[in-house]
Design a protein around this ligand. Structure first.
Ligand code: GRF
Length: 190
């Protein structure tokens, strides 16, 4: 059995989709734990509803201790998935899980990546620049924001009539369609 841990800071709709994807298929994969830095993140309610354990941490335990690494090791986590997780992953966690952390970014990296480029900020910039396409990037995580090896990119069109909200809807559709599938593919290689 391969065991996933998902880090999410907000709503967690991607986390829910990934949990359901693996739950509904008789693959040897399960989402073992949801971790969040926000005690009131909606992802916690989703985890409870879906019967997945969750863990809330603060800045000190994430950046100044090995508490999270120890927890992930105790639970025999094989792969970490960042699904709308907004904090930079510290070096000790990356070193403990080399090539075993996957992120999704809601744009076609290297465009619209880096510090400050998250959530609606990305879609607002895409619209402001009158881009004709945007998309998602699923990539491995290294020590630089949005920099690791790209596993998959998928595109969608942007019309002049689009707003940041309508772009976000298109992006979510791509995320729900491709994120879990890409995780599943990657799991066969590790
Ligand atoms: C997604 O668009 C993801 O790419 C990101 O933040 C959003 C999170 O949505 N960076 P949700 O919490 O999974 O609903």
């Amino acid at each position: 059995m391969k065991r996933l841990a998902i880090f999410a800071s907000g709503s967690g709709s991607n986390a829910e989709q990934i949990i359901n994807h693996f739950h509904n298929r008789s693959l040897q994969v399960c989402v073992d734990l949801i971790l969040t830095n926000r005690p009131n993140a909606y992802v916690l309610q989703r985890a409870e509803k879906l019967g997945v354990e969750s863990y809330v941490f603060n800045r000190a335990s994430f950046y100044d201790s090995d508490a999270i690494i120890n927890l992930l090791n105790e639970r025999h986590i094989d792969l970490i998935v960042l699904a709308g997780f907004l904090w930079l992953v510290p070096k000790n966690l990356i070193a403990a899980f080399p090539n075993k952390i996957i992120n999704i970014h809601p744009a076609l990296l290297p465009k619209y990546g880096g510090k400050g480029m998250y959530g609606q900020h990305v879609h607002q910039a895409v619209v402001a620049n009158k881009e004709i396409e945007t998309g998602i990037t699923i990539h491995l995580v290294d020590e630089i924001y949005d920099n690791g090896a790209i596993l998959r990119q998928e595109k969608c069109e942007v019309q002049l009539s689009d707003t940041a909200d309508t772009v976000a809807e298109k992006i979510h559709k791509l995320e729900y369609k491709y994120f879990a599938e890409t995780i599943e593919e990657y799991l066969t290689k590790i």
